[in-house]
Design a protein around this ligand. Sequence first.
Ligand SMILES: [Mn+2]
Length: 329
Amino acid sequence: MRLNIQQTAALLGEKDNILILTHERPDGDTLGSAFALCRALQLSGKKARVMCQDKIPPSYSFLYSEIEMQDFEPEYIVAVDVADLKLLGSEFKEKYEGKINLCIDHHASNTDYAENLMLEDAAAAAEVVLQLVIAMGITPDRVIAEGVYTGLSTDTGCFRYSNTTSRTLRMAADMIDVGISVNKINQRMFETKTKSYAALERMALKTIKLYCDDRCAVMEISRKMYAKSGADESECHTLSSIPRQIEGVLVGVTIKETKSGTYSISVRTHEPIDASAICMKMGGGGHKRAAGCSLQGSLLSVRNTILEHVKQALDEVVNTLVEEPDYLS
Ligand SMILES: [Mn+2]
């Protein structure tokens, strides 16, 4: 069932001992939103804690350094920024399938696996969480504000992507008014690379190839490259935005080989290509301009499958592109 902000706030008001789950390979939005909600629940006198199947990268430690890790038997389980149960990760999916009570999300592709507070036009789950926190009667403190700002900024590429709205910026401004250090967060999130990540990025850049009349760029990251660079998968979210940056490219694809040998695909698009529609055809989902899916098989067959769907999507809009000279390189 779909809930609105007020219904969800009232519902949470009745609950206690709340476990908040993030998606696997956690990013700034799932973590910022989860810890902001956790803090708000704790401030309202409830017990709450956050759990993630994967290790939380050290760069996000500021999000929880002031939050108490409370120990309790969970009575109510909330997933944040998790569009599909399988995005919890295989271990957590098995553990929590059928046990999640509430989902707070902003992905149009959400599979409604629990009672659902879903705002499709929100740039980040953090936008939903902030409205919820306020509806719960909690005034955001610095810890909540840092979580919300981190979610807003990371899901919008530091307010550059097309999902950024005036509301996103107003919410960010409100968080700054609480007294957070924007520079500290931005520097951590956008202006710092580990040496191992920088090494991986160099290798990844070399793999970029153009397809479909140079409208699609594909970048490939192998296990060998992780091993050689020493980079961790968890620090590699921002790689996916690189292929789309090439002039004339409408679809940027990043193919990452996972530990289990399957391939994790990230698709980033420019208007008018719908990344979510492309990924849904391959069993995944996401947003209009940023989506993902998983594929099995050889790298060659995986790449061909993706290119087939990308070509179809490009063919569907090719006539509209002619009228848009900006898209012609
Ligand atoms: Mn998100």
